[in-house]
Structures are given as structure tokens and as C-alpha cells.
Design a protein around this ligand. Structure first.
Ligand code: AAT
Length: 285
């Protein structure tokens, strides 16, 4: 930490780094898989950092966790069984548990240390784990997927960026395994990087997804503490009739308030798939 600032310096986004002023280091340690850091920041609350990359901050995590959950859930006619890959902080489990009709939530996270540290320092997200619908399994998402067939309506890959333990979750064999693990007409949604810093990566993920799923879409939402202030979501459906642009499930203002949604609504859902011209052209969407 240079003069009390954390900078997210990484080869995935060369020459540019987000910085957060740090008031206190709450936790620092090395797990079996990665370096784990929890910071008390000056303006964004608590922050979870893995291998030097910001995973979430208290102030803006809801944008990512709500969108990666509600974009696929609202695009599926009746999601009952959901799998989350990654998401060791518990934030996505917290969001999926809110969705009416979801009966069972399975989660596979590789690093138990992330779960423990989140339970201790980030309870506003880790509370997701205490929902009785959630069954957490510690293990590698890629290996887990090999053992499951025809089981899930929706699979959400809330994974770290394609370095370290998450590399396999961005390659084509993973998308083939996702298809196998889904029930008929199942839907997937994966963290997919942004068009400003990682257009090539988004293009690759899109190509993999397209080769497996008859219907795909790529949406974005704004998350100030992710590189370039946004994050993308790659969606795939086994049902060629799926129209990701038009949510099948919409909620009233009252329902959104009760579910404590602070980012997502049906208008944001539709808008998230509207891409700037340069991105639309290079992704051929
Ligand atoms: N919800 C917060 C955002 C994350 S967390 C990503 C999680 O994926 C981490 O807990 C990490 O331990 C887990 N993970 C990484 N690889 C695997 C794997 N192979 N199997 C299961 N879990 C895995 C994502 C932040 C995105 C950052 C954008 N720059």
C-alpha cells in the first residue's frame, strides 16, 4: 500500500489502475488458492480483494450481484433449481434467494478461506449463506460441473477474472459442461469482463457461448470499482425462443422494495443489452 492507497494494478488492464484510499487493513492472508485481502476503504466501505483484484466493495456490490442473478432468473419461465459457481462472498446467493419460486440453490466455491473471511468481515453479503435454500460445496467449479447432468434451471458463474483458479471457467469445455448440467431450456449467466479493457476476452467468451447455446446475449451494468467502471454478463439459453431483451418476470416498485433491490428493474434489464456501436460491431451482436 503506497501512502494509504490500494491500486488494482494487473496485466488484464495494462496501463490503468483503479485506486481506493484505505483506512485500515482488516484482514490479509494467503489461502491455498490466492492472496486474500479485506480493506476498510475511505469512500466505498469494506472491500474484498483477491490476488490484487477487487472482487466487491460494500458501496457498489449490489449492482453486480443483482444483475448477474436477476438477468438470467427473469429470463427463465420458472427457475426452481439454481447453481452458483464461485461467489464466495455470498452476495449472489443472497440475491438468488430473493427470487420467488426458487426452491434450491447449490453453490460451488473453490476457496473456503473466502467464505470464512466474508462471514467474519462482510456479513451484509455472507448472510446469503444462512438462507435455508442454499447448499454450499467447497470445490472447483469445473470439476463439479463434470459430475452433474440435467439438474439446474439456471447456472450463474460468479467467478474471478481469467487468471489463477478461474481460467478454466472462461474456456469452451466449461460451456459444454454447463449445457450438460442444465435442464431443458436452461439458462446460464457468466461474469464476462468489459468492452473497454477486455474486448478480446468478451469476444472469446461470446464465441464459446455461441458455439454451445442457440441463444446468447451480452449485457453490462455500471460498477464504479470494477475496471473501467462497468462489468459484462454473458447469457446463454438452451431455448432458441428465449428473448433476453424482454424479461418474462417483472416486479412492481413495491415488490422491488420488499426484495431490497437497489439496481435491478425491468427497464434496467432491457437497457443493459443496449451496447455502444463500437462494441456491437466488434461483437457482431
Ligand atoms: N461476488 C463477488 C465477485 C466475484 S467473486 C469470484 C469468486 O470465484 C471467488 O470467491 C473465487 O474464489 C471464486 N473462484 C475462482 N475460481 C473458481 C473455480 N475454478 N471454481 C469455483 N470458484 C472459483 C467476482 C469478481 C469479478 C471481478 C471483476 N474484475
Amino acid at each position: 500500500l503506497k501512502q494509504g492507497w490500494f491500486s488494482e494494478i494487473n496485466g488484464l488492464w495494462p496501463g490503468i489502475a483503479q485506486s481506493l484510499e484505505v483506512e485500515k487493513i482488516l484482514y490479509e492472508g494467503q489461502s491455498e488458492y490466492q492472496h486474500v485481502l479485506v480493506l476498510q476503504t475511505k469512500s466505498y466501505g469494506k472491500a474484498l480483494v483477491l490476488d490484487g483484484i477487487i472482487q466487491c466493495t460494500e458501496k457498489d456490490e449490489f449492482s453486480y450481484q443483482e444483475m448477474i442473478s436477476f438477468l438470467p432468473l427473469c429470463s427463465h419461465p420458472n427457475p426452481k433449481t439454481v447453481l452458483i459457481v464461485g461467489g464466495g462472498d455470498g452476495g449472489v446467493a443472497r440475491e438468488v434467494a430473493k427470487f420467488p419460486g426458487v426452491e434450491k440453490i447449490y453453490q460451488v466455491e473453490i476457496d473456503n478461506k473466502v467464505v470464512e473471511v466474508s462471514k467474519q468481515f462482510l456479513p451484509f453479503m455472507a448472510k446469503g449463506f444462512s438462507d435455508p435454500k442454499v447448499n454450499l460445496h467447497i470445490g472447483d467449479g469445473f470439476e463439479f460441473m463434470k459430475q452433474h447432468n440435467n439438474e439446474f434451471d439456471v447456472i450463474i458463474t460468479d467467478s474471478s477474472d481469467p487468471v489463477g483458479p478461474a481460467i478454466s471457467l472462461f474456456q469452451e469445455p466449461y460451456f459444454a459442461l454447463l449445457k450438460k448440467a442444465l435442464k431443458p431450456n436452461g439458462i446460464v449467466c457468466c461474469q464476462a469482463g468489459t468492452v473497454w479493457s477486455n474486448l478480446d476476452q468478451v469476444q472469446d467468451t461470446l464465441t464459446h457461448c455461441k458455439s454451445i447455446f442457440p441463444k446468447v446475449a451480452y449485457g453490462v451494468s455500471s460498477v464504479p470499482t470494477y475496471p473501467t467502471g462497468q462489468i459484462g454478463y454473458m447469457l446463454g439459453s438452451l431455448n432458441p425462443e428465449t428473448n433476453f431483451n424482454e424479461p418474462l418476470k417483472t416486479f412492481s416498485e413495491d415488490e422491488l422494495d420488499k426484495m431490497e433491490l437497489r439496481y435491478y428493474n425491468d427497464k434496467i434489464h432491457r437497457a443493459s443489452f443496449e451496447l455502444p456501436r463500437f462494441a456491437k460491431k466488434s461483437l457482431k451482436l
